[in-house]
Design a protein around this ligand. Structure first.
Ligand code: ADP
Ligand code: ZN
Length: 762
């Protein structure tokens, strides 16, 4: 610390000549080095750890960088260049955040610069021109309202437009944006100019904040629920943890409808009462408007939302308001785990088992793990909530690494819905070729007759999962990806990986025969069949195709909640967090889509998805029923879901993981080589596999592969993968060495990505 001076309120700042460690944003992947710069006299006493700076780099006059430490450089100080400027008055990164970024670099084998940028305002990564900027606008106010009142009498006849401007301002206490003022006064800009010249009105620039709620006021607060005994017990343990001031992990395992949300809300209230901030992470915030409304009703104008459907400007403004401490409650999707909340006290992951918490591009982080890394360094409590905890999380709770709290019953002791499994093999034998079993048809008919609502779920969109020529067996496939095309209405074949669309051919392109037939169904087909078979049905569909436009999802949710539709057909979107008291029947049209994926988590996914969909039934006064259609009725994931038996599922799944050595009994790292030339990709993967063999043995890491990835071609790129299985640190170390070797040889045209704790294996 000899080169830095401390000041009690500002932490340390750097004096002239201090050598700073700067991470420079070169926009070049995989360059991850610290460069050294000195503090020039003009920045004496202002440069601090975590500052964004401009520095000269190579032939580039100015690039952005981040100060992550100081000295020594290993070269004489006078050979170093100086920092040119500070980009912000305050450092944007705290020491704890820099620590978390270093942890991310080590854990995810990603460049530190990428990890640091997660903590910076959105858009700061973009090149100039597209960068989000504070929106400046002109606002006008009266210099002296009583004097202005008098002046208006005088002006009313000679200059009615000027008088109108004054009148509008007299009616408004707050300053008005000039454009708005002119519109209301129906006056030209020259009139405003005139009253400014006369000193009656003051016009000034102000930073406008773009508002994701578009000025919609927070909904009215319901009175907080009197907590159930279970909720009370869980909350008091969480309060203890918050008051302890120590980092703590909590697993809140509560069945669907047990009132976890209420516990989150009151835990947040406790954190706020302590003067600390809180982050609530939800799997897909655009899909949970009801949750956001619920928290806004309680925390009013102190709630920030962060998600990908906001415009860049909206996200940027929310970020700054959080940074400035105006908004201590943040609700957001995955990346909100990086929100610059002041004095962070609590992070909550709702539906912690959801795969959307994993980022599928570099840095390939899992929000649950980053949340814990943050909580540990900022003294916060992390609550992981779920009805169906991830096997790893439940295992950690059993091992005492997390406080394990449970809400075993639904609120008001409402029963969990009765679940019936239908064996689709039997339907086919009985000559029923429709998508709906006899059981599901009867129950749907009856529910509609009683004026109740139903949800029909299928985890695939479109009309048919693939086409098959019944003459020659030809299946149309994407030319860029190694997958069959999905039929969409009207007559479009679409690739679900690259979104390429093709016309439906009239005859089989291979044999010219007329028998290209659709197989399997999707949500679009369900919707069509429901309309055809059930005259009372008023179906509405919710999937990626119907919710692409902004606000479309909310409109569907609201319309269905208001009863304008009585059947909601959808993909997993309908499974998440929605609360429709009118729904008494949930039909899972096919439970098998997730079960057959080549992934060791396929059973877990299926169990979680089915449990969650089933949880949409019977959330109101009337009891709920669920029908699960499947070709594998005896699979333990399906049996356990039908019986609401998490424990049974968990035990069976854990035994399988133990037998196969999959997580939590190991850490997996997946390496994927991809490129346009098949030969180069194969060669790179095989060479790396062979070269690493010795390393892997000495590290005690097992290698599965290299082999072609299940999606062996994606968007025109060939793909091979290698899966490393071992204890955490050695497996990651092995991956790091392979990546470094790859970069050293500079295998042209072949990209290597490292995915630690992969959640998808395709
Ligand atoms: P979960 O998130 O566990 O599935 P929710 O938090 O959505 O459950 O709660 C289910 C329903 O019960 C919601 O409508 C909620 O408002 C209501 N609820 C929660 N706690 C209570 C309570 N203590 N008393 C009455 N109703 C409650
Ligand atoms: Zn494709």
């Amino acid at each position: 610390m000899d080169a830095a001076r401390s000041s009690p309120d500002q932490g340390c700042f750097f004096v002239t000549g201090t050598v700073c460690e700067v991470i420079v944003d070169l926009h070049v992947p995989d360059v991850d080095r610290v460069f050294h710069y000195t503090v020039p006299p003009e920045l004496e006493g202002r440069v601090r750890l975590g500052h964004r700076v401009l520095v000269p780099f190579g032939h580039r006059p100015r690039v952005e960088g981040y100060i992550i430490g100081f000295g020594p450089a290993g070269v004489p100080r006078d050979r170093l260049k100086s920092i040119l400027a500070l980009l912000d008055e305050e450092p944007l990164l705290t020491p704890a955040q820099i620590e978390v970024a270093r942890w991310m670099r080590d854990r995810y084998v990603c460049p530190l610069v990428q990890a640091l940028q997660c903590f910076l305002p959105p858009g700061s990564r973009l090149r100039s021109g597209r960068t989000a900027r504070a929106l400046r606008q002109k606002v006008a106010r009266l210099a002296d309202p009583p004097a202005a009142g008098a002046a208006r009498e005088a002006l009313a006849r000679r200059a009615p437009k000027q008088a109108a401007i004054i009148q509008v301002l007299l009616e408004n206490e707050a300053p008005l944006p000039s454009a708005e003022l002119l519109r209301r006064a129906q006056a030209p800009r020259s009139a405003l100019h005139a009253v400014v010249q006369k000193g009656i009105v003051i016009e000034e620039e102000q930073t406008a904040r773009r508002d994701p709620f578009h000025g919609r006021p927070a909904p009215h607060a319901r009175r907080p629920h009197a907590l159930t005994e279970d909720q009370q017990r869980a909350l008091s343990r969480i309060r203890e943890a918050l008051r302890g001031g120590e980092p703590r992990r909590v697993l809140l395992q509560g069945v669907t409808g047990s009132g976890k949300t209420e516990v989150y809300l009151q835990a947040m209230a406790e954190a706020l009462a302590q003067g600390r901030g809180a982050i609530l992470l939800v799997p897909e915030i655009a899909l949970t408007p009801q949750t956001v409304a619920y928290f806004r009703a309680h925390f009013r104008e102190r709630v920030a939302v962060l998600h990908s459907r906001l415009s860049l400007g909206e996200r940027y403004d929310q970020w700054w308001r959080i940074f400035e401490g105006e908004l201590p409650v943040v609700i957001g999707a995955r990346s909100a785990v990086f929100a610059p909340v002041k004095k962070l006290g609590l992070i909550i992951l709702d539906e912690e088992h959801e795969t959307s918490y994993k980022q599928e591009e570099s840095p390939r982080y899992h929000a649950r793990d980053v949340a814990w890394a943050r909580a540990q360094r900022e003294g916060a409590v992390l609550i992981m909530g779920s009805a169906t905890p991830a096997v790893e999380v439940r295992w950690a709770a059993e091992a005492g690494e997390a406080l394990w709290l449970s809400l075993p019953r639904r609120v008001h002791r409402r029963p969990l819905p009765r679940v019936e499994t239908v064996d689709l093999r039997g339907e086919l034998l009985a000559g029923n070729r429709s998508m709906f079993s006899r059981t599901l048809s009867e129950k749907l008919e009856a529910a509609l007759d009683r004026g109740e609502q139903a949800v029909l779920f299928m985890n695939r969109r479109g009309m048919a999962s693939f086409l098959l020529c019944r003459e020659c067996g030809y299946v149309p496939r994407c030319t860029q990806c190694e997958v069959s095309l999905t039929l969409h209405d009207p007559g479009i074949l679409r690739c679900h990986y690259c979104d390429a669309a093709h016309r439906l051919p009239e005859a089989c392109p291979q044999c010219g025969g007329p028998y290209l037939r659709p197989f399997g169904g999707g949500t679009q087909r369900i919707e069509q069949e429901v309309k055809r078979l059930f005259p009372k049905a008023r179906p509405v569909r919710m999937d990626v195709d119907t919710t692409a436009r902004k606000g479309a999802h909310e409109r569907i949710v609201e319309a269905f909640a208001a009863g304008r539709f009585n059947v909601l057909v959808g993909t997993q979107m309908v499974a998440k967090g929605l609360h429709f008291p009118g729904v008494t029947l949930v039909g899972v049209v096919s439970a098998d889509t997730a079960l057959n994926l080549p992934d060791f988590r396929a059973a877990e996914r299926t169990f979680q998805l089915l449990s969650q969909v089933a949880g949409r039934a019977g959330r109101g006064e009337r009891a709920g029923e669920v029908v699960i259609q499947t070709y594998a009725p005896d699979h333990y994931a399906i049996r356990a879901a039908a019986a609401h038996d998490y424990e049974g599922f968990y035990r069976a799944e854990l035994a399988y993981r133990r037998r196969t050595g999959y997580p939590p009994f190991s850490t997996l790292v997946r390496l994927v080589w991809s490129g346009e030339g098949e030969e180069e990709v194969v060669r790179a993967a095989q060479a790396a596999g062979a070269a690493a063999a010795g390393d892997l043995r000495s590290l005690g890491v097992e290698a599965l592969g290299p082999s072609p990835a299940p999606l062996s071609r994606l968007q025109g790129r060939y793909r091979w993968h290698l899966i490393l299985k071992g204890e955490g640190e050695p497996a990651i170390e092995a991956a790091r060495r392979i990546k470094e070797a790859h970069e050293a040889t500079g295998s042209s045209g072949v990209r290597l990505t490292v995915d630690v704790d992969p959640v998808g294996m395709l």
